[in-house]
Every structure is written in C-alpha cells, then in structure tokens.
Design a binder for this molecule. Structure first.
Ligand code: GZL
Length: 355
C-alpha cells in the first residue's frame, strides 16, 4: 500500500515539475520576459568596461541598483577589466544564455560588428551605454544613451578661454599638457578634440604633449611625472580627461614641489565631477570640472520598458550635464549658439551630489 501511495506521490511530483519546468523556459519568441517563481523576470546581460575609475564604479552601481531582483530583473554582470576581448566573450555568453537584453558599455568604439551581428541574429536587442560604437550598420544596436563628449571638451576649453580673459592673461603664452583617456574611447576622442580645436583657434596656446592616462589614477600620475621631467615649470595647464587622472597628476605635481590651482604654478582641469573630483574642485586643487553623468541605470530601464510595451525608442539620447568651477570668474559659456551656466562649487552643492 505504501509503495502505491509513494508511486502516486512520485507521479504527481513528476507531473508538477514538468509543468513548472515548462513555465521557467523562455516564452514564445514574441515575448522576452521569462518567469521565475511565477513572476515575469527580464534577464539583462551587462558587459561593463571595468572598474578603472570612480565614474565607472558609480555607473556600475546605477545599473546594479536598477536591474535588481526586487525590480523584476535578473542581471548578469561582467567586468571586462578594460579589455575588448573580454567584452566580446561576455556578449557571446549572454547569447548562449538567451538573455532578453544585452547592455554594452564599450571600452572603445571599433571592433563590434561581428559580435553585435551574432546578437542580432539571435534576436536579442542590444542597448549601448556611455561610450559609442562605430559599426557599419546601426541596426546592430537598438539604442544608445550617453554623453556628448565633444561638447564636454568644448565646454572645458571654452572655460579656459573665458577664465584667461577674465584674468587678463588671454594674450599670454599658454602651455598645455593633455592626459588623455583610453585611446579610442568616445570620451577620449571627444574631450581631446574639444581641446585640440581650441588650441588651433588660439595662436598663443601650445599643446606641449598628449599622452593616455587610461582614465586611471596610477597611469595619470606616471604620465604627469614624465611630462614634468620633460617640461617642468613650463606647463601652465594640465587637462585631465577624467577625475582619477587628475588625482594622479596632482600627486605628481605636488611631489615635484609645484602648487596646483588658479593662484599656483599649474591649473588642473578635469572631467566626471565625481564626489572625489568635486572635493578637489571645492578645495581649488582642480580649477574646473566638466560633468559626465554616470547614472545610466534608470535611462536604460526606460528604454527596456518602452521596448517591452512595443514602443519605438530614440536611437540616440544625450544626457544633460553641468560645469563646475572653483571660483566665479566665469559665470557662463556660449558654445555653438547655446549658453551653458558655470556653477561655482559650494559645500552645499557637493553634499547633495548623488555620486
Ligand atoms: C565617460 C566614461 C569615462 C569616464 C571615466 O562617459 O566613458 O570612462 O570619464 C571612465 O572616468 O573611466
């Protein structure tokens, strides 16, 4: 009798597990969400550049806190340690796992056509965040959201022009060094172009050197040490393409016995406006900081929700960004017919910053 009951129980369990198994598989091709414990769960594969900077940490945090289990997502996160081959492998892994969406923060712009074609052939929408991809067919990605990096570079160079004018130094020879970001990254391309175009437009500005600091503090310090050996106190302006490079450059400059700041030996400029970067901007070690907003999680979620409800989405969407400075000698910039306010940083503003 016991055996019979056991057999009945086993049969019932088998039937139930087969039914449950069927509900956990991907639904029909025209649905993307799968279910977990009876709830619709959207699986997102996110290939992140790495963890090279404070900005990147904030960007990762924004994505992880948005695509949480509590919010109805399963996030598969991969840190590529700034290597494109790792990102390509991660995307292939996401395809294998039949994720519903792939989000890519590309380390550099080129080299994505093949793997994005594989994602397209697998019917998985790809959303690009932060830096841009340079592909032969833009149907290989569904949407991009990020910063206008060339505008960031223009803002920074325009602030330097306006500051020098306000300080009565616009006729002086200005010697600049550029600690660039990762070569080939959209942020580096745009920020470098913004500076180089301004140097070309000012006969008294000279770009002494441009070298990649790879967006890291360690490399930024190393590059600055080399530039100081080569040019010493000839350097007037240090244009750092992110905060972490600025931290390294400031360490190198102070270790060499120079003072940073508007009243010092060298003016240090930066990008990102992270809390740590703005802390140095408030103290005057960084004289001007151009924001690059990393909080892409909610923006990507908005795109996914639109796609889930069958709506079309913008192919490209820029985020709005501000400019901070240590002093108030420059209050606004006019770039390509648009005015951009420059905000003198205060402790109150810094305390309210989200990242
Ligand atoms: C900019 C982003 C850059 C940041 C750096 O959107 O790609 O990469 O400016 C980060 O801090 O490493």
């Amino acid at each position: 009798m016991k055996k019979r009951i056991l057999a009945l129980v086993m049969t019932a369990l088998m039937v139930l597990s087969l039914a449950a198994c069927g509900s956990n598989t991907k639904q029909t091709s025209n649905d993307t969400a799968s279910t977990k414990g009876g709830k619709d769960v959207i699986t997102v594969g996110f290939s992140q550049v790495g963890a090279e900077s404070d900005w990147r940490t904030a960007n990762t945090e924004s994505m992880k806190s948005t695509f949480s289990e509590a919010n109805g997502y399963e996030l598969i996160f991969d840190d590529a340690q700034q290597k494109q081959e790792n990102q390509i492998a991660a995307i292939r892994n996401f395809i294998q796992q039949e994720v519903d969406y792939i989000v890519l923060a590309p380390v550099t712009e080129t080299g994505w056509d093949t793997v994005l074609k594989e994602a397209k052939d697998a019917g998985i929408p790809v959303i690009i965040v932060d830096r841009m991809v340079d592909v032969s067919d833009d149907s290989l990605y569904t949407a991009w959201v990020g910063s206008n990096f060339e505008l960031e570079g223009k803002k920074s160079a325009a602030w330097l022009d306006a500051y020098l004018k306000a300080a009565g130094k616009d006729k002086d020879e200005v010697n600049i060094v550029d600690i660039q970001g990762t070569i080939g990254a959209s942020a580096q391309i745009g920020r470098t172009k913004g500076l180089e175009d301004a140097v070309a437009a000012h006969s008294n500005w000279k770009l002494l050197s441009k070298t990649s600091g790879e967006f890291t503090q360690a490399k930024g310090q190393e590059v600055m040490e080399s530039m100081l050996k080569q040019f010493g106190d000839k350097i007037d302006v240090v244009y750092c393409e992110n905060d972490n490079e600025a931290f390294g450059a400031i360490d190198a400059i102070e270790a060499a016995g120079y003072k940073v700041g508007l009243d010092g030996d060298m003016i240090v400029m930066s990008f990102d406006c992270t809390k740590a970067g703005l802390t140095d901007t408030l103290s005057g070690k960084i004289s001007q900081n151009t924001e690059c907003n990393p909080l892409h999680g909610p923006r990507v979620e908005e795109i996914i929700k639109s796609l889930e409800s069958g709506q079309t989405v913008d192919k490209k969407k820029y985020v709005d960004e501000v400019i901070f400075s240590f002093d108030d000698s420059v209050k606004s910039l006019s770039i390509d017919g648009t005015d951009y306010p420059v905000t003198k940083l205060t402790q109150e503003i810094l305390d309210k910053r989200a990242y």
